[in-house]
Ligand binder design. Structure first.
Ligand code: 5GP
Length: 180
């Protein structure tokens, strides 16, 4: 089990795309979220987009391996799919924020074997520039995400490895090396 984490805007989704291309046997876990889809995002491909009641139901049913509230929305990893893949000997990749990574680490079933990978920006200013540049959030949401980013950056030492995303090719190569 690999967990890729790091602050919003650091480039996790881009790196995940590269990892899925370069490591075709890797199973990428699709999360559930109460966030509204961005342009181009599809239900079942980028996320399972659910409403608040459905998310609460998943928690109550114990259907989530981990879950967290992040910048105004809920996010969680459906457990059954991940557990089935791991039991079948397949490598699984989660792309989640830091609170979720901590829960995975603490989970008796998968935690001890999970490899926690932290994707860091070259600097905080560069992270802020990227968040503005991608233009997917309002100023208010961006501020909430940058706020969360400060706390997330402080959690780096809890991870097994850090990769600094200065250059996407180099960061992807470093992650592939670590994972293989
Ligand atoms: P976004 O709204 O930008 O897609 O995601 C916001 C944050 O939530 C990102 O840091 C992303 O990695 C994280 N995230 C996505 N899915 C999950 C999940 O299942 N669990 C947790 N804890 N975080 C998630």
């Amino acid at each position: 089990m690999f967990v890729l984490s790091g602050p919003s805007g650091v480039g996790k989704s881009t790196l995940v795309q590269r990892l899925r291309r370069d490591l075709p046997d890797l199973h990428y876990s699709i999360s559930a979220t109460t966030r509204k889809p961005r342009a181009g995002e599809e239900h079942g491909r980028h996320y399972f987009f659910v409403d608040h009641d459905e998310f609460e139901r998943m928690i109550a049913d114990g259907a989530l391996l981990e879950h967290a509230y992040f910048a105004g929305n809920h996010y969680g990893t459906p457990a059954a799919d991940v557990e089935r893949r791991l039991a079948a000997g397949q490598d699984v990749l989660l792309e989640i924020e830091v609170q979720g990574a901590r829960q995975v680490r603490a989970a008796g079933s998968v935690g001890p074997e999970a490899v926690l990978l932290f994707l860091a920006p070259p600097s905080f200013d560069e992270l802020a520039r990227r968040l503005v540049g991608r233009g997917t959030e309002s100023a208010e949401v961006r501020a909430a995400r940058l706020d969360a980013a400060r706390a997330e950056l402080a959690a780096e030492s809890e991870f097994d490895h850090t990769v600094v995303n200065t250059d996407v090719d180099a960061a992807a190569a470093a992650l592939v090396r670590l994972m293989t």
